[in-house]
Every structure is written in C-alpha cells, then in structure tokens.
Design a protein around this ligand. Structure first.
Ligand SMILES: *Cc1c(COP(=O)(O)O)cnc(C)c1O
Length: 431
C-alpha cells in the first residue's frame, strides 16, 4: 500500500531523515572515557570505568551492590541461576539450577526476561497482564499460587519503563516464601512509591543495550543487596575461576563480565539519564495531548504510585475503533475503514513516511517456543480457555493489548515539529 498516493494523506511530506523508535544519544563524555581506557591499556574486563559504573549506579539506584556484565540478558541469566541455587542448591555441572521447577513469569515482556528459566532447565508459567500498567497482574499471580503452591520464584519485568505493581507482587512473594528476579532492563530511573525499579527484587537486572534509555552499545548490571550474592555473580561471570595459581574450577562459569571500553560509554551516559527521562516524558505528554481527540489511549500508569522513565510511548486503539485486522504467525492483513484504524495500518503509514514504530511485544504465551507452557489469567487457567478466547473480550489481557496496541516513535532526538507530523499521520489513519 502506497500511502503517498492515498487521498487521506494528501500534503504530508516524508521525513528527510528516519525517525527512530529509540536510538542511542551520545554526548561526548563517552569518547573521553573510552580514549582513557585505550591510552592506559585498560581495555579488558577490569578497570576504572567498570568500577565507576558500578559505584555510580549504586548511588543513583540506592542499592548496595552492582556487578557490570556484558548485557542485560547475562544479568537476568545469572540472577535466575542464583535464585535457583539459593532455593534448590547447587546444580550438577550439566544441569540447571531450576531443573524440573516452575517459575512464575511476566507474560508481556521481551523473551530475554524469561529465557533464563529455560537455560536453567526450569519451566516458565506465564502470568497474565493487568490493564492499569501493562505488567504482571497480582490477581493472576495469586491465582497461580492456587494452581502451583510450591513455586518459589517470580520473574517480573517493567514494560516500556512503566513500573508494575511491584509492592503487591512483593507481598504475595513474601506470603509464599518466593524470591523475585526483577527485570528493570527497560525501566532504569523509573520509580514506584519513590523507590527505584531494579531494587525491589532479591536479584535485579538492568540493560544498557543500544535502544535503552542510556546505553553502552551493550552492557548490563546485576543488582543485589548482599556482598555474597554480588561476589558469586562476579565469579560466575569470569569463568568461575577459583583462587589458585592455575585455572581451577569448582563450578560452571561464563564469560559475562563487562568490558572496560563498554563501561566507558556507559560512564559517559550516566550523567544524562535524568535528561533523557525528561525528554521521553515530554514526548509522551505531547502524544497524549495530540491524540486526545482520537479513540485511543496511551500506555497507562498511576501518577500517585509511580514515575515511569517513559522509555517508549505506546497507544491502544479503542475496541470499537478497530478496523479489520488479522495476524498470522509471521504476517498480517488489515483494511482501512472510515473513522477506524489498526496497529497494522498505523505502523505501515508511519513506515511509509519514514518513522519507526513497532508492534507491542508479543506475549510469551503466544510464542511458538512457549505455546505449551502454562498460562494463568485472573479468571484461572488461561490455557484451558484460550480456545474459547474471543478477541477483545478482555479475558486474555496480554493478547488484547498486543492486538490493539503499538509502540510509537519515541526517539529523544525527535523534534516537536517531527512529532507533530507523526501525530498528524495517525489522525489521517482514522479518516
Ligand atoms: C532489552 C531487554 C532485555 C535484554 O537486555 P540486553 O542488554 O539486550 O541483553 C531484557 N529484558 C527486557 C524487558 C528488555 O527490554
């Protein structure tokens, strides 16, 4: 479909330069720290930049220990492995620490949040999403403990930088003696009741991937409050070398430690975290204002409970304003209809004019690799119901948000003028 020849889009010019969903924003200080690492020859996995990143992030977050790792996925893996070891003891060398055990997991998240359960030979039980923040539903989590009372691990993510109901989830975890792995990869700097996300879990993970709110091009942090936990993860991340004159190994190890070069980029970014959050907040508020006359809503949060970092602005189309739209496994079909639109149409229109949006992260229970895993909704066993699921009925909240929602271009270098054009394109989709 060529929107440039579509009457509805008459007079709208394509962007000269692509507007990204969320691209890195460098400030110059990064170069200085990277140069320093190279000039002093501290280019490996030890050095001043790693030390500074760990220390400064602990100060920012108000936590005791941070361990610099190669990426957020590595942080999540070691957090999950550690939780398994603390709960069930050390695994045999060729086995995972969660062998044969279930873990309750956020369903609407990026798969890196929950893949570590599989790496550690456990089974993810997906917990449906609540409509208030698009994160793990505490009511469904309670339900899950009725089905599986022996589960001792909860892995919870804060999607798009909006904190989930982490205090309620903490209460439920404590009542059942369960540990929490908190995935704050997308929510660095977001707070719940004034406390930073990434500090609520027993073990926590942050990401500095290229599209996150600040970036090292790669990199991640494992966050915990005990020295023993931090030391363990640091040891695992450097091939589990024992204190001996030769390579001595008592445990399986990984090459997951952060590089001092990457840490230089992150170190240069940390002073700009609050500035990036302010820019992302302005983008969210401009969309909210600019789209308020359309039958859509923005990704929600409760301002008296949480302060998001506004990493991605998203919108959700009202059910009765959805134009015909169907998705297969790898493709989709949509039709235009007067006064209505669909994520398929809006994303195609934005792409046509040179702006990058993205579908909502497809829920894990809908993913082919996890399709046979248990899935619990507020109504009970979502898996048993999924055949009877009627689109838009709200039974499967995650599937519903995936169907009606989309991520808007949220790059902090986008100008107000460019954003106005994006808002105009979205309006034209509903003509
Ligand atoms: C980006 C992301 C990760 C993974 O972080 P990497 O640094 O890319 O490995 C994990 N969970 C969520 C929710 C993410 O968005």
């Amino acid at each position: 479909m060529n929107f440039e020849n579509d009457e509805r889009f008459k007079g709208i010019k394509p962007f000269d330069q692509k507007i990204w969903l969320s691209s890195p924003t460098m400030h110059g200080d990064e170069q200085r720290y990277v140069d320093e690492a190279i000039q002093t020859n501290w280019v490996s996995t030890v050095g001043a930049n790693i030390d500074a990143v760990e220390k400064e992030m602990c100060e920012y977050l108000g936590c005791k220990y941070a361990v610099g790792l190669s990426c957020g996925t590595a942080a999540l893996h070691l957090a999950t492995k550690l939780a398994g070891e603390r709960l069930y003891g050390q695994a045999k060398p060729n086995r995972g620490t969660l062998e044969g055990k279930k873990a309750f997991c956020s369903d609407m998240t990026f798969d890196a949040s929950i893949n570590p359960v599989a790496y550690e030979d456990g089974e993810a039980v997906f917990i449906d999403t609540e409509p208030d923040t698009w994160n793990m539903d505490p009511v469904a989590l309670e339900k899950a403990f009725e089905f599986y009372p022996d589960v001792k691990l909860i892995i919870v993510a804060h999607l798009y930088g909006t904190p989930g109901k982490i205090e309620e989830i903490r209460k439920i975890a404590d009542a059942h003696g369960a540990l929490i792995v908190e995935d704050a990869a997308e929510s660095l700097g977001a707070t719940y009741k004034g406390k930073e996300t990434g500090t609520f879990g027993d073990y926590n993970a942050i990401s500095f991937n290229g599209n996150k709110i600040i970036t090292g091009s790669a990199g991640g942090l494992f966050i915990a409050n005990s020295k023993e936990d931090a030391d363990k993860v640091r040891k695992w991340s450097t091939q589990s070398r024992e204190d001996a004159p030769w390579y001595q190994h008592e445990e399986i190890g990984y090459n997951y430690r952060m590089s001092n070069i990457i840490a230089g980029v992150i170190r240069g970014q940390i002073p700009y975290l609050d500035e990036h959050i302010a820019q992302k907040k302005a983008i969210y508020e401009r969309y909210k204002e600019g789209l308020k006359d359309l039958p859509v809503s923005m990704n929600p949060f409760n301002p008296s409970l949480s302060q998001p970092n506004y990493w991605l602005s998203c919108l959700l189309i009202d059910e009765d304003a959805m134009a015909p739209f169907v998705r297969g496994e790898n493709d989709q079909l949509w039709m235009s209809e007067k006064g209505k639109s669909s994520p398929g149409e809006i994303l195609a229109a934005l792409a046509c004019f040179g702006a990058e949006g993205r579908p909502i992260w497809k829920p894990m229970h809908m993913q082919p690799i996890y399709r046979t895993n248990p899935f619990v909704t507020v109504e009970g066993n979502g898996r048993a119901r999924s055949n009877a699921y009627i689109e838009g009925s709200g039974i499967d909240v995650g599937a519903d948000i995936f169907r009606r929602g989309l991520c808007l271009p949220s790059d902090n270098k986008m100008t107000a003028g460019q954003q106005d054009r994006i808002i105009e394109i979205i309006h034209r989709c509903f003509l």
